[in-house]
Each structure stands twice: as structure tokens, then as C-alpha cells.
Design a protein around this ligand. Structure first.
Ligand SMILES: [Zn+2]
Length: 195
């Protein structure tokens, strides 16, 4: 996981630096989200997209409510859009967020095997897309870049819902000024947001 490159345009650069510096979230998220998280894990076993979608919308509504903003709608779809090159899957889309409509789309089945994704992976994608929604609606950003702050806020929401301990994310600075996760050190310290 790598942070986006730092934009040159003034407004976008300001938003980027604000997002990068914002390492925490303001509201205390409610404990009810933990029950919603457990419910999501249960309904994922049913493999029923409508039930999964319902619980994802519950989570989105509860998180948005804590921030005092309107909730996005969440749509749960089937097999992840993907690209295969020479028999190797080189890209697959886990989810996205529409800046105009405020709609989140999540794909619940893996690209090649078409199996239902893990609870952790789906929840992580939901939290990632929710963080885009918060950037746009709560913070008023015109753009919602992937910065260290973005990933850390996503991790806070994810670990709260999953009721797992949060440890600081470990970053390595690259020569172009972007950062990437130090997976090796994070895995050895037992800290992952994709578990
Ligand atoms: Zn994103």
C-alpha cells in the first residue's frame, strides 16, 4: 500500500497535506458498531448479497451518524472487476466511491476463484470507502487522496468495528516523498488492517 503522489496544484496540495496530518477521528464511535461488525461476519457466511448489503448500509449509517453527516448508500456486487494478463490476475477492484452521488460499491467475490471474500477484507474495503465519504462530506475536500492520515483514519474505524487492537502503522518514506507500509515490520508486530 502506497500513498498517492503529492499534487502540484495549490488547493489539491493543501488538501493532501491536511489529510496526511489528520491522523485521528473526532467522534467516539458507538459500541453498537461492534455488534454490526459481528452481524456482518455472520451474514457473510450466508453469501447473500442483499443481506450483506443491508448490514454494510447499517454500518455506513452508524459511522456517518457519529460524524453528524448524511450516510452514503452501499451497493454490494458480485465478482470483482479485474484484468488478467498471461493467465495472471494483475488487477482487481475491491470497491469504489462516487464523489458525485456519494455511493459506495463493494465487490464481494474474488476475481479468479469467485469465492466470497473474507470478512476482514470486505470490512476493510467498506471502511476505506467510508473514509473517502468522510473526506468529501465531513471535511469538504474536493479530492480525497490516499495519505498516511487517510489510511490511519481507515484503520481506526476498521479496528473499532472489528474490536481488534490498533497499533501504529509503520511507514517507509520513499525518494519521491510518498510513503509505503512496512508490511514486514507490521506483520511481525501482528498489525495488519487486512487480517
Ligand atoms: Zn481509495
Amino acid at each position: 500500500m502506497i500513498t498517492d503522489s503529492i499534487p502540484r496544484a495549490k488547493t489539491k496540495k493543501q488538501e493532501y497535506l491536511l489529510s496526511d496530518a489528520l491522523r485521528t477521528i473526532k467522534p467516539n464511535l458507538p459500541r453498537t458498531l461492534l455488534a454490526h461488525g459481528r452481524l456482518l461476519e455472520t451474514v457473510m457466511a450466508s453469501e447473500n448479497p442483499k443481506e450483506i448489503e443491508l448490514v454494510c448500509n447499517l454500518i455506513a449509517a452508524e459511522v456517518s451518524n457519529a460524524f453528524g453527516i448524511e450516510a452514503p448508500t452501499v451497493k454490494v456486487l458480485g465478482v470483482r472487476p479485474h484484468r488478467v494478463d498471461d493467465g495472471v490476475c494483475i488487477y482487481q477492484k475491491f470497491g469504489d466511491y462516487d464523489l458525485q452521488t456519494g455511493q459506495i460499491r463493494l465487490w464481494m467475490r474474488t476475481a479468479r476463484l469467485k469465492k466470497v471474500t473474507s470478512f476482514g477484507a470486505l470490512l476493510n474495503t467498506l471502511c476505506h470507502e467510508l473514509c473517502h465519504h468522510l473526506d468529501v462530506v465531513e471535511l469538504g475536500f474536493s479530492n480525497t487522496p490516499h495519505t498516511r492520515g487517510f489510511f490511519e483514519r481507515t484503520a481506526l474505524i476498521y479496528h473499532h468495528i472489528k474490536d481488534t487492537p490498533l497499533r501504529p502503522l509503520i511507514w517507509i518514506k520513499q525518494s519521491d516523498g510518498t510513503f509505503r507500509f512496512d508490511w514486514g515490520r507490521m506483520m511481525s508486530s501482528g498489525n495488519s488492517i487486512n487480517d
